[in-house]
Design a protein around this ligand. Structure first.
Ligand code: ADP
Ligand code: MG
Length: 433
């Protein structure tokens, strides 16, 4: 049964789930629909939990194997890791709030890409209902929206005794609402979410096309807002760009402050990795941190996952944490990650190299004609080769205004047709990319 599950898992679970993580587990027992797996150490346990435990349970259920999977850290787990895990001090959880005590402002690293979102979150946490209401945070996957929302909640609970805080994902909000209708408990549902001081509702774009839940949320919103209770909302897009959400909700999302989180630059990625290693109480060599930060550019969750992986492999294989080993252990991760949107950095590097100028010239405000041309080409290629928004590209070049990007794209498009020199340069860079 276990082998079958592994086999199916290879196809249906996220990449690497079966081959990297599950392979290290041993099935211990299967009773009453509960599958107990022995995992070698706490890192694997965390990885499986964070990456795909729910999906694994779904798969096991689908195959009629089990409905619940329990991970137990093996008796043979190296002592040192267990100690390490224990040493990591955990703040007290707040039952019922839906808050994860691990996500605090303390552990959130501030960089250019998230400075405003962080500042706004802190302001809201300091004076809920007063500073910005609602606070709307948007940005790509794995960039820290959920972390910030939990930080707000945890902060409020620490500071204000008796405050009522509720964190809820939009999916959970939808499910609870539907259940409450089925069970004739809509009154309780309304009561629950309209009686809080701070409502943190994550990934609001999932409300798309859910008309009745939107209606319910509309009233929840009004009721809280009227009572000057704080609402914090996150989404993968700015309010106006979320499709299939009622206009009256969209306009309310814009009542307070709308702020975004962008992918972190190299420096911030390094700082985040250092912070994570410190939290885990693990000594990771500087050059390994740098290597990871350079190679996993687009998503902090992946960045963190890669750090966990190398720590884990180093422990498991009893091999030192060196750049060579990290490269070996992360071969697949890195290959996939570099295809991602963050190749803007690579485009910048290659363009700068081709022009024989430093990368910093591209992100500077220098306007000499060669540098301006190089910059425009790099912007144009970023638009062609990545899925980044104009805004994000502008941001990667230190431009507040994305009209510069639009202008650059148009100009190079035209020039590419007419100007042989420019065409040659662009083609040369494309080749290298
Ligand atoms: P999102 O909700 O935007 O998809 P998350 O908040 O879940 O992203 O963040 C993904 C992971 O990255 C989390 O483990 C989080 O702790 C971490 N993370 C994101 N941004 C930061 C940051 N600025 N400092 C420290 N950790 C971060
Ligand atoms: Mg999230």
């Amino acid at each position: 049964t276990w082998n079958k599950l592994l086999e199916e898992g290879r196809e249906k679970l996220p990449k690497g789930a079966a081959d990297i993580w599950l392979k290290t587990c041993l099935p211990i027992s299967l009773e009453g629909g509960v599958l107990v797996l022995d995992v070698p150490n706490v890192f694997v346990k965390e990885q499986i939990q964070n990456r795909f435990l729910e999906k694994l349970e779904d798969l096991a259920a689908e195959m009629n194997v089990a409905t619940k999977v329990i991970l137990q850290v093996g008796k043979g787990a190296p002592k040192e890791e267990v100690k390490r895990a224990e040493k990591v001090s955990r703040p007290t959880p707040h039952p019922g709030s839906g808050l994860n005590p691990d996500y605090q402002f303390d552990s959130f690293v501030i960089g250019k890409s998230n400075r405003l979102a962080h500042a706004a979150s802190l302001a809201v946490a300091e004076s809920p209902g007063v500073a910005y209401n609602p606070l709307f945070i948007w940005g790509g996957v794995g960039l820290g929206k959920t972390h910030l929302m939990h930080s707000i909640g945890n902060y409020v609970l620490k500071k204000m005794e008796g405050a009522r805080v509720a964190y809820v994902s939009s999916e959970k909000f939808i499910n609870e609402f539907i259940l409450s209708i089925q069970n004739n408990k809509t009154h309780e549902f309304k009561q629950k979410y309209r009686s809080v001081d701070v409502l943190l509702i994550d990934d609001i774009h999932f409300l798309a096309n859910k008309e009745s839940t939107q209606e319910e949320f509309f009233h929840t919103f009004n009721s809280l807002h009227d009572a000057k209770k704080q609402i914090v909302i996150s989404s993968d897009k700015p309010p106006k760009e979320i499709h299939h959400i009622e206009e009256r909700l969209v306009s309310r999302f814009e009542w307070g402050l709308v702020t975004d989180i962008q992918p972190p630059d190299l420096e911030t990625r390094i700082a985040i990795l250092k912070k994570k290693a410190e939290i885990k109480n693990y000594n990771v060599p500087e050059e390994v941190i740098f290597f990871l930060a350079q190679n996993i550019p687009s998503n902090i969750r992946e960045l963190e996952g890669s750090l966990n992986s190398v720590m884990f492999f180093s422990d498991l294989n009893n091999e030192p944490l060196t750049v060579e080993n990290a490269a070996k252990w992360l071969k697949d991760v890195i290959r996939n990650s570099n295809k991602g949107p963050a190749s803007i950095e690579v485009i910048q590097q290659v363009t700068a190299e081709t022009f024989g100028i430093p990368v910093s010239a591209l992100t500077s405000s220098k306007r000499t004609s060669e540098i301006a041309l190089a910059r425009q080409i790099a912007m144009y290629l970023s638009r062609e080769y990545t899925e980044s928004s104009l805004q994000h590209i502008g941001y990667a070049f230190n431009r507040k205004d994305h009209t510069t990007v639009i202008h650059a794209v148009k100009k190079i498009e035209e020039a590419y047709k007419k100007d042989t020199r420019i065409r040659q340069i662009v083609d040369k860079i494309k080749e290298k990319l």
